[in-house]
Ligand binder design. Structure first.
Ligand code: DLL
Length: 444
């Protein structure tokens, strides 16, 4: 769609959404009145900045259905995300919402290289998590032979891939990586399966991880982004042709990027917090929803021909930034350094502890089988292992200015993910493991 036509459509849909939430959701009515927004004279896109932000805490405060803008008889599906603690965030869908969601997910699969006749192995978790059912309905909408495998049970998944011969696969990058590993352990080659493309997201991952997945499976690996509060997967997707940013389904989701501290818009190309306004949702539209996800956007058309705005990979979440001895770092910045080290496997965990008022970071990494065979029991204290450890520490210092501890483990010692990987273990406020947000069940 040409940009002008798209803007007209967004304008119209924004006004409809503003009317809807004002009349159907007391929370928005109150917020609009406080912000001086009168839907009957609201001018659409040019006045977007006048609308109040919606935060995750607003969803929690109105748990479970307080922000719904449709009668319960019209709401035919619920999903929820577990969040950090306490009650989950609940979202609802009307039949039309499900139709739109299927459409954006179908588009996403096409952008990733999917086509009619494909078998599609869907390893996102089915359940309250949006990943499984979201991609499932998208694949069916496209007419693909959809295999609802869900997460977990790697050996069985490996067998099904060999026997059914799917062309496409979807799942969290960490799970698909460990699935490939399970195949190799069983003496099979993930690189010689029928798979040609993979749709990976729901957790942060890096270019280096893409390379690892593409090499392991011999596929195109593309990044898919989304969040339950906005719809689920399908908010944005890379195209297999360029893999240069994720195309946002802008006819359904209006994007802004703001400075998380001031709430002001940041210029295109600059990193900030993504904010989305849904344009077609009926059951639970959101107005200027602050995602907490950090990315940048750019608006030039892609070489694949798509005209929609693209967003960068997610760099991290606003609340995931670590401050280690005065150095700000996102967990996602550490991944490329680990993955660029051929002696290390692409599995890691970060542990933050507080000691004497200072935060201390320990990076737990795993060595490859080949490397392990060459150093054997000397992994903890041997000369060769020490060299590798020092090299890694030096790289962290040079690239990120970060001082951390590195602990090296034998192959298989870092827990494998079945859904969203738990990369960060935060022990600053508690003795028990407290996983900030990426609880495994969220992505199962
Ligand atoms: O993770 C929806 C989804 C399912 C997206 C399958 C892609 C594929 P939630 O469980 O609500 O929804 O979690 C949303 O996950 O705010 C981001 O922090 C993170 N996230 C999602 N996709 C990506 C991605 C689904 N491609 C939260 N890269 C979001 C980095 C991602 N982070």
């Amino acid at each position: 769609m040409e940009r002008e036509e798209l803007s007209r459509l967004q304008d119209k849909r924004l006004c409809q959404t503003v009317e809807r939430v004002y009349h159907c959701v007391p929370f928005y009515q109150k917020k609009f009145k406080e912000s001086g927004v009168d839907p009957s004279s609201f001018k659409g896109l040019e006045e977007l900045g006048k609308l109040p932000f919606t935060k995750k805490s607003d969803l929690r405060d109105h748990y479970p259905f307080g922000l719904f803008a449709a009668e319960m008889e019209e709401v035919i599906r619920l999903h929820a995300s577990s969040g950090t603690k306490g009650k989950p965030t609940v979202v609802g869908y009307t039949q039309r919402d499900l139709d739109h969601w299927s459409e954006v997910c179908a588009r996403a699969i096409i952008a990733a290289g999917g086509k009619l006749g494909d078998l599609f192995h869907n390893a996102y978790g089915y359940g309250l998590f949006t990943g499984g059912l979201g991609m499932h309905y998208g694949a069916e909408r496209l007419g693909l032979t959809t295999i609802p495998v869900s997460g977990g049970n790697r050996a069985r998944q490996a067998m099904l891939i060999e026997d059914f011969r799917p062309r496409g696969i979807a799942g969290t990058p960490s799970f698909i990586l460990s699935l490939g590993e399970a195949m190799m352990e069983a003496g099979k080659k993930p690189g010689s399966t029928s798979l040609e493309y993979g749709i990976f997201g729901a957790e942060p991952w890096s270019e280096e991880m893409r390379q690892a997945l593409e090499e392991m499976w011999g596929i195109h690996a593309v990044d898919i982004y989304g969040l339950s509060e906005v719809i689920g997967p399908g908010v944005a997707i890379e195209c297999w042709q360029a893999k240069e940013g994720l195309h946002i389904a802008e006819d359904h989701f209006l994007v802004e990027v703001i400075n998380p501290d001031t709430g002001e818009a940041v210029p295109d190309g600059e990193l900030g917090e993504l904010v989305f306004t849904t344009l077609t949702k009926e059951a639970m539209p959101v107005i200027r929803y602050r995602t907490g996800d950090l990315a940048s956007i750019h608006r030039e058309p892609c070489r694949c021909g798509r005209t929609h705005t693209r967003m960068s990979r997610i760099k991290g979440r606003v609340d995931d930034m670590l401050i280690i001895r005065g150095v700000n770092v996102f967990p996602s910045e550490i991944e490329p350094i680990i993955l660029s080290q051929p002696e290390l496997a692409p599995h890691y965990q970060l542990m933050v502890e507080r000691e004497g008022g200072l935060d201390r970071l320990t990076i737990e990494v795993e060595v490859t089988e080949t490397y392990y065979r060459s150093v054997g029991k000397e992994l903890q204290n041997g000369q060769q292992a020490k060299l590798l450890q020092n090299y890694l520490l030096q790289k962290l210092r040079d690239t990120l200015g970060l001082s951390a501890q590195v602990v090296m483990h034998a192959p298989g010692r870092i827990p494998r993910s079945e859904g969203k990987a738990v990369r960060l273990i935060d022990r600053r406020n508690t003795d028990t493991h407290f996983h900030r947000k990426n609880k495994p069940e969220r992505g199962m």
